[in-house]
Every structure is written in C-alpha cells, then in structure tokens.
Design a protein. Structure first.
Length: 267
C-alpha cells in the first residue's frame, strides 16, 4: 500500500515483498511540468524512427519495450527521483505493463530489468547534464548556447550520465546532436563508461549483444528531410519502418503481376 505522495507505506508483519510495497507507475507522477528540455518536433519524430526501425532477432516483439520522454524511476530509496530519457530500450519485459496497460512511466523496481540502451538528443540547455564528465564547453551545440542558462536537473541530484552509469548500469549510452550530426557512444566497461570510437561509415556503432547497428541516415522521414539516427544491419543496410516494409511488399506484388502480364492497377 502507498500513501498519496507515492512513497512506500511501512512494512507489514510479516514483511511483504518489495514489489508489493514500493510505489508503482500508478502511484508516481507521469509529468513534472517545470522540468527543462521540453520536446521540440525533432524530439517527437526521432524516437518514432528509432522504434519503428528496430528489430531484434533474439527477442519476440512482445518481450521488449521502447520508451521516449517517459519518467524513468530508478532509486528505491528515493522513489520520486527520476530521469526522462529521450529514447530507451528495455529487454525481457512485456510490451504492455503487466501485459495489460500502456505505460505512464517506467519504474525499475516494478519492471525488473533496467534499460539496455539509452539515447539522448542534445540540446543547448541539457547537454551539460547529458554528457556529465564528458562535457566540453568548447563543443557547445551552438554559439548561443553559451548564453543559455543551465536549466538542467537540481545540482544536488545525480545527472543523467551518472544515473545511467552508476544506478542503472545501462550497457549502451549514446548521445546525438542534430545540429552537428555528431553521434557519441559510451559503453559500460566494468563500473564506468568509456567513450568508444565510431566507424567512418554505417554502422557507426555496432551493438554485438543486440546484433544491430546504428548510423546517421540522410533522408526524409514523415515528409521532413534531415540527418536521422537509424538502425541498420552489419553491412550498413538501413532497417525499414513498418510503412516502408508495407510499400516494399506492394511493389514486389506489383512486379510479380507485371511479370505475369497482369496489369497491377486494373481500371
């Protein structure tokens, strides 16, 4: 049972298991309007492209979850502490919360597995927190960012990189700037992130455990030409979205009909 603040109630006698006594996603806030880094259109579209091009050969679709701009609650000792990843992948969890509901947030002590991949899209007011000790003021996103106030999380709370590294131990952490089209990859080695070199051509990053690559694709998504992050195979072939796969099947069927002398679009 939980009180109105979302904090765990005192233990019963005999004690109940933690999952039954700690707050669930129904108890915790799904939004904190005062938080910085409110999504722009890129933050809406880029996660869609990542989720719609992701396929995992070792996992059935109902055994993994991708989230974007969801509160990620990570510390049982501070139940309201959270981060809001731009995009993340969690494995070995049901696609729906408890197999029945869309998620309002991702509560690690209820879900079990922490994310395997976390991706942040850099913006002037969040890059300091996103990069943590890897932040270099000389690499600011824009010249104007020097004048931007630092509106990242309360300095008394751990930053995103620290949370992903120390609390959640996310194996793969990536950051991408749409301003410079620069991707950076931090891999958990032991207890700390180490920045990895990237290949000069797609896949810029290859994730061995997931058997999938990530690259920067120059193309049009939802009618908008840009440089997008997109999943690919080991040869650098871009994974298709669901819409593209349907269009490909339609084109293949039309080609087969033409080969048989049948008009694919009869009057």
């Amino acid at each position: 049972m939980h009180d109105t603040t979302g904090l765990a109630m005192p233990q019963a006698d005999p004690p109940r298991p933690p999952r039954a006594t700690l707050p669930t996603m129904y108890d915790l806030p799904s939004e904190f309007p005062e938080e910085p880094g409110l999504p722009d259109e890129f933050h809406d579209l880029q996660p869609q492209l990542l989720s719609r091009t992701l396929t995992l050969s070792a996992y059935q679709r109902d055994r993994w979850f991708t989230g974007s701009d969801l509160n990620l609650y990570y510390d049982v000792h501070h139940p309201l502490w959270h981060k809001r990843p731009d995009w993340f992948l969690a494995l070995d969890v049901l696609r729906l919360y408890e197999g029945r509901d869309l998620r309002r947030s991702y509560v690690v002590w209820q879900e079990g597995p922490a994310p395997t991949v976390a991706i942040e899209f850099l913006s002037p007011c969040t890059e300091r927190e996103d990069l943590g000790r890897f932040y270099n003021p000389q690499d600011q996103i824009t010249a104007a960012s020097a004048a931007e106030p630092d509106l990242s999380a309360d300095a008394t709370l751990p930053g995103k990189l620290e949370v992903y590294e120390r609390y959640l131990r996310v194996p793969h952490y990536l950051v991408y700037s749409r301003y410079s089209q620069k991707l950076r990859y931090f891999k958990l080695v032991g207890t700390r992130y180490e920045e990895q070199s990237l290949s000069p051509e797609p896949p810029l990053v290859w994730l061995d455990d997931l058997e999938i690559g990530l690259g920067v694709w120059a193309g049009e998504f939802e009618g908008i030409p840009a440089h997008w992050l997109r999943w690919c195979d080991a040869a650098g072939q871009w994974r298709l979205t669901d819409t593209e796969r349907a269009e490909q099947r339609t084109e293949q069927l039309a080609a087969q009909r033409r080969a048989l002398g049948i008009d694919p679009e009869p009057a």
